[in-house]
Design a protein around this ligand. Structure first.
Ligand SMILES: NC(=O)c1ccc[n+]([C@@H]2O[C@H](COP(=O)([O-])OP(=O)(O)OC[C@H]3O[C@@H](n4cnc5c(N)ncnc54)[C@H](OP(=O)(O)O)[C@@H]3O)[C@@H](O)[C@H]2O)c1
Length: 263
């Protein structure tokens, strides 16, 4: 398998590290960059580098498009790649398949939405492609499952909501976790110990959910009738915790739709 990454920033690097850690051979990966800014990264990971302008010299099973929305048109059109021979897998938020197809002058376009948790094999990656492109996923899904799990979306519109809830959503939880960070700092020896305690606290939540097969069952295990947890949860519900998150999801979804109209 030969995979190209057009752009080698945050998300491309996270995916590459995750793929290599999962056992993919470094010789299977080529980064297509327009300069040598990321030299340290591709040298450290023993992966190949090809100038974007020479990208048409190699043959790829997929090329992951990993540039910012404003750079999509230049990156696709300026690469000289014959996109009719190479499936384009875009990780870019807010640029529709229709626009990607227009820039690439090819129908072979797939959209995915991974997270930087790909770096440690924990990306929940959404995939959307038109019905006639479905045969491409036979190779793509096993590849993406190496960096976490995959969810196939039946409507492209759902990518906006998915990006808001899963893509941006980790940061929303982190923002809420700042409340715990402050308290744990008070109880811990120093900042380093507080960070370790916070990490243990959060991973224990994930384990609870996995072991008990869901959130409600996990809460039930922690909560006793009329106890401290019961009182705290009642206060959270009274203060409409669900509305706080819903408003963040809506705002992020709205922004994703705006980006679509900007480019
Ligand atoms: N970061 C995330 O958590 C995340 C998650 C999911 C999806 N995404 C999507 O991934 C995309 C990239 O995000 P990022 O955070 O990885 O951005 P980033 O760190 O800024 O990386 C973007 C890369 O694109 C390269 N680039 C720009 N124009 C190019 C061109 N014409 N030809 C070749 N390479 C070009 C840049 O190279 P130079 O060094 O030459 O400037 C840079 O390495 C965004 O569209 C975003 O929606 C990001």
């Amino acid at each position: 398998m030969n995979i190209g990454f057009l752009g080698c920033g945050n998300i491309a690097q996270a995916m590459i590290v995750g793929l290599l850690d999962s056992g993919l051979k470094p010789s299977s990966i080529t980064v297509l960059t327009r300069n040598q800014k990321k030299k340290k990264f591709y040298e450290k990971n023993s992966i190949k580098r090809l100038a974007v302008s020479k990208a048409n010299l190699a043959k790829f099973d997929f090329i992951f498009l990993c540039v910012k929305p404003k750079d999509v048109k230049d990156a696709i059109e300026g690469s000289g790649i014959n996109w009719e021979n190479t499936p384009l897998v875009s990780v870019v938020a807010g640029i529709s398949s229709q626009k990607l197809q227009k820039f690439a002058n090819s129908e072979r376009v797939i959209r995915i939405m991974p997270t930087t948790s790909a770096e440690f094999g924990k990306s929940i990656t959404a995939i959307y492609m038109a019905e006639r492109q479905k045969k491409q996923i036979i190779k793509l899904i096993p590849l993406l499952n190496k960096i976490g799990s995959t969810i196939e979306l039946s409507s492209e519109k759902d990518l906006h909501e998915f990006t808001a809830v899963v893509g941006s959503g980790q940061a929303f939880i982190m923002e809420a976790l700042k409340q715990y960070d402050d308290k744990l700092l008070k109880f811990s020896k120093n900042r380093n110990a507080a960070s370790k305690n916070l990490a243990m606290f959060i991973s224990s939540i994930a384990q609870h959910i996995e072991l008990n097969n869901g959130i409600e069952a996990s809460i039930k295990k922690i909560m006793s009738p009329k106890g401290t947890t019961y009182s705290g949860l009642k206060a959270l519900k009274k203060n409409k915790i669900s509305s706080v998150f819903k408003s963040a999801f809506k705002a992020a979804e709205k922004r994703s739709k705006e980006i679509q109209n900007e480019y």
